[in-house]
Ligand binder design. Sequence first.
Ligand SMILES: [Ca+2]
Length: 564
Amino acid sequence: MPCSAVHDRSHRFTTRNDTLYATALVWPKDGTLTVRLLAATSVALLSIFGAVHAADAEASRPNILFIVVDDQSPFDLKIYNPESTLQTPNIDRLAADGMVFDAAYHMGAWTGGVCTPSRHMIMSGRTVWHIPNKPGRVNNPHITNPKLVPPDLAEYTMPAVFNRAGYATMRTCKRGNSYEAANELFTVRNDATRRGGADETGSAWHGEQVLDYLDERASTKGTNPFLIYFGFSHPHDTRDGKPELLAKYGAANHADKQSLPSANAKQPALPANYLPAHPFDNTHMGVRDEVNVSGVWKNRDERTIRNELGREFACSENIDIQIGRVLEKLEAMGEFDNTYIFFTADHGMAIGRHGLQGKQNFYEHTWRIPFVAKGPGIKAGSRTTGNIYLLDVLPTLCDLTGTQAPVTSEGISIRPVLEGKQQTVRDVLYGVYCGGAKPGMRCVRKGDWKLIKYDSSRDGVHESQLFNLADNPHEFIQQHHDPKLKPLVGASPTKDQTNLAADPRFADKLVEMEALLLSEMRRLDDPYRLWDQPDDGLEPPNLRAPPARNKKKAKRNKRRRPPT
Ligand SMILES: [Ca+2]
């Protein structure tokens, strides 16, 4: 870990010009007058040439529009699930003009608010055990280790890097469960949590912030390339859709815990891997998202799940409408062709799949994320595997714009994939969730094979699931074979479409995947080990909040308990 660079404050950037920054780095602290004059002359000359160079570069450096929605399974979208009734013509258009990723993931979370680490990874390009938490929280025990979690990491995050590179940076998104120290560095920031069912209180508000920003840019004839972080607060619950869109999907903003929502033929069908309950304790069955989402609570009946999916679709189509308004604006301004546009989510979502409701699991509907990229050099209508994480976004944006990635970034630029030179950037993918009982859930994927493990030392949970995703893309388990489910979901899993962990035919594969998981846990500084792994001499992590200076904040956080 190149921490010397992280902690060397002389590396602070004092200007937006890269050339000047390079000069500032070699400025002699105790040089002679001659050296100082030479250096000053160099600065002057470099300023002139730098300005000329910068003017050329500004004309060609691409813009970035990074669109991130809150809580969305890829399988909501037609581009991943042709049977879905969700209409998103603008996202479909981005896909038709660009590239769709079939293996994009988030690396996981050590807290129930999965959004928080996910958004730290997006902003910093760092892996899940190497990122900070909200001030005063110690869910990741490494946050007190400056070698693993640089204390000044915010200075190396997306807005900081692109401010220094001369980009105009703007952000709109929800507030809370995010990376505040990075978010506040965007030059223009209009954040608010908008999950209402009207334009002013919902997704249209986020759209307006971007449109206003682009209007301002047009009126002031801004020429710096821009980086716009276009975040939404939906379709995260509470999924209060606009009346006309709710009607389209047959849904209602159900708020009465004592009754079930009405059935309606226009509601989305139950997902193929729907279950009325998850068959075992997955280490955090009592997390807020599994028991206390308004409109769902602990219910998993057909009416509740189909209504909630209808609400999810109503909110998602509204997001698509806002994306369309911004794309239209970019076209009108002549900025569309020179802008890289990304569409993704901070993580996926269950909503009835596998009997689960929330984002705290590792089935594909929740571990995977939608990921679409469109821009110069990306082949229209292309599709790839990718094997990417959200933490690859920052180094990718740097690579695409000729900007040096920060030394703290651990992600891999996916530019070679975007340019069609490679299908993937890595072979093995790892995921962690330990927001509930410890050590929690772990998973690893390589090729078509995927292993998920569940370990609660507190409750004695020891479960393993082995799937072949090519043969069993819905990750059907034994409970999906219940004949009573067929009339509900229409799916008839074949005999081998099930959890293969106990199948002797795949014993060698299980051993191989177990070894891969352990190797990834060691490589990524996972501080836990599972019941059937060597303990590697690790002590149980200390999750107590350090020093008194954080007491007030910790107390305040505890009192407020913001929604996930
Ligand atoms: Ca989220």
